[in-house]
Design a protein around this ligand. Structure first.
Ligand SMILES: Nc1ncnc2c1ncn2[C@@H]1O[C@H](COP(=O)(O)OP(=O)(O)O)[C@@H](O)[C@H]1O
Ligand SMILES: O=P(O)(O)OC[C@H](O)CO
Length: 603
């Protein structure tokens, strides 16, 4: 038994609608875990009129210990939906949720260590901390106090549609294309740049800080690391920075032309230093949530537990989709993964190459582990297909339409019927992302008849997510030079298909029914395989943190090869198409017609 067997890495994973912390060992096993998931409720006024939809934090998976939790009543919502198309998050709450989960893990760890001691075994120690986070979400704060606005704008918020449309129409097409190639992403409401522009234009507090040069910008990784390190490290890892539209995807530097596109004066905003995904950013210290306007967020017990890991290096950081690429061990060019969380994101590892899609995929940074050996230490890029709505349509059916009680009821409900009965649901709540890129599309349900039941609508909603995954694979196949529809070629006869295996993870992938629908929609060329690591996102950040030391003997793994050998694992399910070709084609063309109907709805 080596010393490494007692070492653990802590991972804090802030998703859009959930937060979790997990302690992983060298084999990628979860030693302790605590998770908070949000559900949406309608807050009503005294006269009963519905005012605001907001998401409250509720604990769903806890290995331990409610004594860590503060009184939930005083917490208030973490997410808010104050107007159609608007999605806001409370930055102090996100921070509190993350550390609350971590504190609960430490309680578990202390109990395990007591037992280990009694059994004559060495105790576990936490050697480093990694962060995975929803990307693009934009948070600004005051340089002097560190205190943020009481809201951040979430990645799927569409309030900047007007700003984006004006930018598109006032910038020559060649210039837009040049800047897309430089940043890796198109002009869209999705990325951070238009959100920062909106904040400066619309929030007097932000405008004032900007004019005084006292405005600090960050994505969620930046916000967390700033407040979780003794040094107040102001950094953003390359994978997160690649989602702002401010960074040149090849040089990893901020770019003046990209700032100019959004009329941002970089002298008036403190932007985070762009760093790798795996290095020592700073040393953990307990954040002062009272100073951040959230008194009582942490109980005394939680603070005591967190103090026990004071000084542990925060050493890994990846945007959550890059994190799950790593956690699914898609570490070599040609490997890919698809994560079905709040949204759904397919990343295809292109190694050191920055491929620019002609068919609507994004170019993004997969990961950068600079302290590894020469063959592994270069930045790895990925082609990405992003779908804005995946698990969130399940939540919508649960919380807004009340069709189900729990997310896991959706698969069984949809399976009560063999097909959607002619209903097509385009869940474009935040416009349509890849490969369509239409900020003005909106959710659309077509084909309703008196025959339609809740099951048909549930099934159509799930199909709406899975059709978008098919559209992304089709786009990537076209980028790879495929002619015609590779998904309709006979199995094994088509060599240019970018993927014959879709490796999946994320909340929605837990459902066998959803994954079977996905396989049926993709057809026989692609097998859908559920990852052995159900928490691939958190695991990816843990891997980044465990690889950060320059000295190989201080790492949890020697290198990527060692990671792959130590973690491995068996898939928890393969799904192959049972659909019939003619029917599949008919339904696909129905989907394409429905997308046309949803497109440009609010124009
Ligand atoms: N069994 C299930 N079937 C379908 N959807 C599910 C299931 N379990 C969870 N989900 C959906 O998965 C999402 C949560 O996945 P997760 O990967 O934790 O997301 P995030 O990281 O974005 O918070 C929720 O939107 C939920 O509706
Ligand atoms: O919350 P998720 O897991 O769907 O991920 C959100 C993405 O990072 C948005 O780009």
């Amino acid at each position: 038994m080596s010393a490494r067997d007692n070492q653990l890495v802590a991972s804090i994973d802030i998703g859009t609608t959930s937060s979790r912390a997990i302690l992983f060992n060298r084999k990628g096993h979860e030693i302790a875990k605590h998770q908070i998931e949000y559900s949406t409720t309608a807050n009503t006024t005294a006269d009963g009129e519905t005012k605001v939809f907001s998401a409250e934090g509720i604990t769903i998976t806890a290995t331990e210990d409610l004594e860590i939790e503060d009184n939930n009543d005083s917490k208030g919502p973490t997410l808010r939906f104050p107007q159609p198309g608007w999605v806001e998050v409370k930055p102090a709450h996100v921070l509190a949720n993350g550390v609350q989960c971590l504190a609960a893990c430490i309680v578990t760890l202390e109990k395990l260590n007591k037992q280990r001691e009694a059994d004559g075994e060495q105790p576990y120690t936490i050697i480093s901390i990694g962060i995975a986070n929803m990307r693009e979400t934009t948070i600004v704060w005051d340089k002097k106090t560190g205190r943020s606005l009481n809201y951040g704008i979430v990645w799927n918020d569409t309030r900047t549609a007007d700003i984006v449309n004006k930018k598109k129409s006032s910038t020559p097409a060649e210039k837009l294309e040049e800047l897309r190639q430089k940043s890796g992403v198109p002009v869209s409401t999705y990325f951070s740049a238009s959100k920062l522009r909106w904040l400066i234009d619309n929030d007097p507090e932000v405008e004032e800080l900007y004019s005084k040069g006292e405005l600090v910008f960050g994505t969620v990784d930046t916000w967390l690391i700033y407040h979780l390190t003794k040094e107040n490290a102001h950094v953003s890892d390359v994978t997160n920075a690649s989602r702002t539209t401010f960074m040149d995807i090849r040089t990893f530097q901020y770019d003046d032309e990209l700032f100019a596109l959004w009329d941002i004066d970089p002298k008036k905003v403190q932007f985070p230093k762009i760093v790798s995904s795996s290095e020592h950013y700073g040393s953990f210290s307990v954040p002062d949530l009272t100073k951040l306007g959230y008194p009582g967020a942490l109980s005394d017990v939680a603070i005591e537990k967190l103090n026990s890991i004071e000084g542990v290096p925060i050493a890994g950081c990846l945007g959550d989709q890059s994190a799950s690429l790593v956690g699914q061990l898609a570490l070599r060019p040609g490997a890919a993964k698809c994560t079905y969380g709040t949204g759904c994101f397919l990343l295809y590892n292109t190694g050191e190459q920055t491929l620019i899609s002609k068919h609507g995929a994004l170019t993004t940074v997969g990961f950068w582990f600079p302290n590894l050996k020469q063959s592994e230490n270069k930045p790895h890029y990925a082609l990405e297909g992003s779908i804005a709505v995946a698990g969130s349509v399940v939540q919508w059916l649960r919380d807004n339409l009340k069709l189900i009680e729990q997310a896991q009821d959706i698969g069984p409900l949809a399976s009560l019927v063999p097909n959607s009965g002619g209903v097509v649901f385009v869940p474009a709540f935040s416009g349509l992302f890849a490969p369509y890129w239409d900020s003005e599309a909106r959710g659309t349900i077509l084909g309703l008849t008196q025959y339609t039941t809740a099951s048909h609508i549930a099934r159509a909603a799930l199909e709406g997510v899975c059709y978008q995954a098919r559209a992304i694979l089709k786009a990537m196949a076209s980028d790879a030079g495929a002619e015609g529809d590779f998904l309709e070629q006979a199995v094994g006869t088509y060599e240019k298909a970018p993927l014959s295996l879709l490796a999946v993870d994320g909340g929605m992938s837990k459902s066998d029914e959803v994954m079977q629908i996905q396989a049926d929609i993709l057809g026989p060329c692609v097998t859908v395989r559920r990852s052995p690591n159900s928490e691939a996102t958190a695991l990816g950040a843990a891997i980044a943190a465990g690889l950060a030391s320059k000295d190989a003997s201080e790492r949890l793994w020697d290198d990527l090869e060692d990671v792959t050998e130590a973690i491995g694992g068996e898939s928890t399910g393969d799904f192959v198409s049972k659909s019939e070709k003619t029917e599949r084609r008919k339904l696909w063309s129905l989907w394409e017609r429905a997308v046309e109907r949803a497109t440009g709805w609010i124009a």
